[in-house]
Design a protein. Structure first.
Lengths: 165, 114
């Protein structure tokens, strides 16, 4: 186990297609290649929409009309680069707190007129765990243990059980 | 912190066993199971120097047991939540699968149109 959760997930591949086409298929035609079983809708996935602009979203729609907006487009620079957030929590729900989301950057580099390198980096995965321990600690201790440990450290440092706060 | 999930790791991963084999490291790990702390916080609680605490934390970090993050001028260490590690493992598998699927699709499409 040499990697930690703060290590980004990185995947690079070369595709036999011009850069513009690779970019378009990755974004606008996301539904054509996205592994269809990988979504968080209750219903079966009917379609995926990639809104091609900064501030747009990636939207999954179920066969029953339900909708899941699980990504925000953070950068959209065709045909070179696209960045989107990964707003899915550890409980496999849409994460509404942006500070607890990770992001996916995809860079396209032309190697030849019909060959493109695609480098995908999914970083800040550890942010999905922010607050996880606090929630857990709050169950075990009325004041939460973050405060508890700080207080314990001060007590040890000063040799006093009653440290004014 | 779900200590049993770490015990599971201890049984299955040699590096983790090594990381927790040292009594001081074990103590630091157990202190972090009570909550995030800085090197200074930890050095006040264990009978070793600050640089030694930093060294132990590096071993724990390399074993995937703890995370660190900057908080102003301090670096705060915390246990690596099991759920996040699982999500990372999932994303690692997922993106390999998805990128292979993407490559196949973009190349297939090209064959169809030429």
């Amino acid at each position: 186990m040499s990697t930690t959760v703060s290590t980004p997930v990185e995947v690079s591949i070369d595709v036999d297609a011009p850069i513009g086409e690779a970019f378009d298929v990755f974004t606008r035609d996301i539904a054509s290649w996205w592994p269809a079983e990988h979504h968080i809708l209750q219903a079966e996935l009917a379609e995926m929409v990639f809104e091609p602009r900064v501030g747009g979203q990636i939207i999954d729609r179920g066969v029953d009309g339900s909708e899941c907006r699980w990504a925000r487009v953070l950068a959209y620079d065709p045909p070179d680069r696209v960045v989107f957030s990964w707003d899915v929590s550890l409980a496999w729900q849409v994460e509404t707190d942006a500070s607890r989301t990770s992001d996916v950057e995809v860079r396209f580099t032309s190697l030849a007129s019909d060959r493109t390198r695609v480098d995908l980096v999914h970083r800040h995965i550890e942010r999905h765990g922010e607050g996880w321990e606090q929630m857990h600690g709050a169950v075990g201790s009325p004041e939460g243990w973050t405060v508890g440990l700080d207080r314990f450290a001060r007590r040890v440092a000063t040799g006093s059980a009653d440290v004014p706060t | 912190m779900n200590v049993s999930s770490y015990l599971r790791l201890v049984k299955t991963d040699g590096q983790v066993i090594g990381a927790l084999g040292d009594p001081t490291r074990r103590e630091i790990f157990e202190l972090l199971s009570e909550g995030p702390a800085s090197v200074g916080d930890l050095a006040a609680l264990v009978p070793v120097s600050r640089p030694a605490v930093s060294q132990h934390l590096r071993v724990l970090k390399d074993a995937g047991l703890v995370l660190d993050e900057r908080d102003g001028t301090r670096r705060i260490y915390r246990l690596d939540p099991d759920g996040v590690a699982e999500m990372r493992a999932y994303l690692d598998r997922f993106w390999k699968l998805a990128m292979a699927s993407f490559k196949q699709r973009v190349e297939q499409r090209r064959e169809d149109t030429t």
